[in-house]
Ligand binder design. Structure first.
Ligand code: TXA
Ligand code: MG
Length: 317
């Protein structure tokens, strides 16, 4: 029987039995298991080769359910949830003991999100537990935005891949926490800081660039292709590296290299479209015969900030 399909009932049964299912979301594909079952969650870490100090996001379909698993749902969380859920926003909230410490890497807060994808929302509605799900890629590699990306790397590690087509947003959710009476963005993502500020006013942005494995969360090198990736002036790079096969990631400009080696993420200058296309472009170039990838720096606003964040981590070694 095929491992890829749209059989929600099958996905549900596997998850109820403690298995692993890759699920589509509007951001990227997730590698899901019962988030209240420690043994099932353990399988996620093993399948991804993910260190236990990197905590997981739990996904569900309603705030009523979330309140079964967190001790507090502050007013700010409610305001953001009202506007942006279901959507590319993850909130850090104090966990109840029913959530295994393995999910949060021992931290007091659990990351929660209601994703915006029809198939996955149907699945979540049918479950009485949340789905713990990191992005469905081997640890450190680029996140998958199609079922085929998942299959290419984790086919043997998952029991089933729910195929929801290409992810709309294309980069991971924005992570927001509420500590010391302020709102802090801990990971830039598919929901722009500017959009959050429209609802709750000015927020802090504190995006760690840690290479220290004892610091949970945002590792400096992540989302990385196997080919070297640089960020800079593309025209200069081409001029100075005539002998190399170069792959290019640009916002809207075309450059004079082999067509399949030039990834123009949005000819119409649309940052949402660029984010949507970013990870597939990195994967394509990584799988091609280019020796090195050069990416432009994107405008540092709206989703351009998250795109720059991902490119910087992809470039860090
Ligand atoms: O869009 C997304 O968020 C996707 C889809 C599948 O929902 N998921 C995703 O998960 O990107 P993952 O595991 O690749 O990234 C989760 C990140 C962790 O690396 C960490 O930075 C942060 O979320 N995180 C999770 N739980 C946390 C916690 N309790 N405290 C602080 N940060 C946390
Ligand atoms: Mg990830």
């Amino acid at each position: 029987m095929s491992k890829i399909g749209i059989d929600i009932e099958k996905a549900k049964q596997i998850l109820q039995q403690g298995g692993l299912v890759a699920i589509p979301t509007e951001t990227v594909y997730g590698l899901a298991a019962n988030g209240l079952d420690k043994n099932a969650v353990l399988k996620i870490f093993e399948a991804k080769n993910r260190p236990h100090f990197d905590p997981l996001i739990i996904h569900t379909n309603s705030i009523e359910k979330i309140k079964l698993w967190v001790n507090d749902f502050p007013e700010w969380a409610q305001q953001l949830a009202d506007v942006f859920w279901p959507g590319p926003l993850t909130l850090l909230l104090p966990k109840k003991t029913i959530v295994p410490d393995l999910v949060t890497s021992g931290l007091p807060n659990v990351a929660v999100r209601i994703p915006n994808h029809k198939l996955t929302l149907q699945l979540l509605e049918s479950l009485d537990f949340p789905l713990a799900a990191p992005s469905a890629n081997p640890f450190g590699y680029v996140s998958p935005t199609t079922a085929q990306h998942v299959a290419a790397q984790l086919q043997n590690q998952v029991d089933y891949i729910l195929d929801g087509g290409t992810c709309d947003v294309g980069i991971e959710s924005t992570i927001v926490g509420f500590e010391n009476n302020c709102i802090t963005v801990y990971r830039l993502g598919g929901l722009a800081v500017e959009d959050i500020e429209q609802v709750v006013g000015k927020v802090n942005v504190q995006v760690n660039q840690s290479s220290n494995p004892t610091a949970p969360g945002m590792l400096k090198s992540h989302y990385a292709p196997t080919k070297p990736l640089f960020i800079g002036d593309v025209a200069d790079f081409i001029k100075n590296n005539r002998s190399k096969k170069i792959g290019i990631i640009s916002f809207y400009k075309d450059f004079d290299v082999e067509k399949s080696h030039s990834k123009t993420l949005s000819p119409t200058h649309d940052l949402k479209e660029a984010a949507h296309n970013l990870f597939a472009a990195i994967r394509d170039l990584d799988a091609s015969d280019v020796e090195v990838i050069i990416a432009e720096k994107f405008p540092d606003n709206f989703l351009g900030r998250a795109i720059n964040d991902r490119l910087q981590r992809a470039a860090a070694k």
